[in-house]
Design a protein around this ligand. Structure first.
Ligand code: FPP
Length: 248
């Protein structure tokens, strides 16, 4: 049996940051405070990922389903992301972090889109950790947009119908060019993917940790990595090595 005894860090870790509201409620505080504390956990997590040598860190910051929340909370979450980019972009850039944003950009408020684009443009040439912010992201929506792009290519004669392959779909997802996540972590004890990276999660190791997101510390992260190293990955074959190009 082959395990991660070589302790190669995962190339791509994706995190569902859950439990900000419950963290706050447990302390008799408004949910907003939980989200604010969640941003501190984001900072620590990004630092730790860079130190460990992870190449891609994807964080689920706002889902396409989060629009169902009260308007005040939505505007709070948007405000926190804006503040994070304004305050932390220079430091991320200094640390050689490249920022990428995935999700639907079409119905985003005009005050946040330019900031997201600025973060991507400023850090485009950086070669360290890629911090992928999933914002207004939903996996089914992402796959539907890729399918629409494929249909348009076929209709226009740019692509033949038999060229509609898994690679052709992957090449039109927001994550184009990124390796699939090796490890997906969800905090707060919930055990669901909640429309996060459904296509890309085909071979991901899933890990559920009990901590609410604001309590996600360096120790939690390193502990999750230890559990990951102990797992065996077979990619559908008999050994731990991908037999085919599963990461296209
Ligand atoms: C889940 O907790 C968390 C979110 C919906 C948002 C996460 C956002 C941040 C941490 C801040 C902004 C992000 C960045 C990248 C700076 P929940 O509200 O669902 O908690 P609950 O399940 O306990 O109600």
């Amino acid at each position: 049996m082959s395990t991660h005894d070589h302790r190669q860090p995962p190339e791509h870790v994706a995190i569902i940051m859950d439990g900000n509201g419950r963290w706050a409620s447990a302390r008799g505080l408004p949910r907003t405070v939980g989200h604010r504390q969640g941003v501190e956990a984001v900072r620590e997590c990004v630092r730790c990922a860079g130190e460990v040598g992870i190449r891609y860190l994807t964080l689920f910051a706002f889902s396409s389903e989060n629009w169902r929340r009260p308007e005040a909370e939505i505007s709070d979450l948007f405000g926190l992301l804006r503040a994070f980019i304004r305050r932390d972009l220079a430091e991320l850039h200094r640390a050689n972090v490249r920022v990428r944003v995935i999700g639907d950009r079409h119905n985003l408020k005009s005050d946040i889109l330019p900031l997201l684009v600025e973060a991507e443009e400023t850090t485009r040439a950086n070669t360290g950790l890629t911090l992928v912010i999933a914002f207004n992201y939903g996996s089914r929506d992402e796959i539907a947009r890729a399918a629409a792009a494929l249909a348009a290519d076929v209709a226009a004669g740019r692509l033949s119908a038999d060229a509609v392959t898994a690679d052709a779909i992957a090449g039109r997802l927001d994550t184009v060019g990124m390796p699939d996540p090796d490890l997906i972590i969800r905090t707060s004890g919930e055990e669901r993917l909640s429309n996060f990276l459904l296509w890309q999660a085909a071979y991901s190791e899933l890990m559920f940790v009990p901590e609410f997101w604001p309590d996600f510390s360096r120790e939690t992260f390193l502990g999750a990595l230890e559990r990951y190293y102990a797992r065996e990955r077979r990619f559908g074959g008999l050994t731990a090595e991908p037999a085919i190009a599963v990461r296209s």
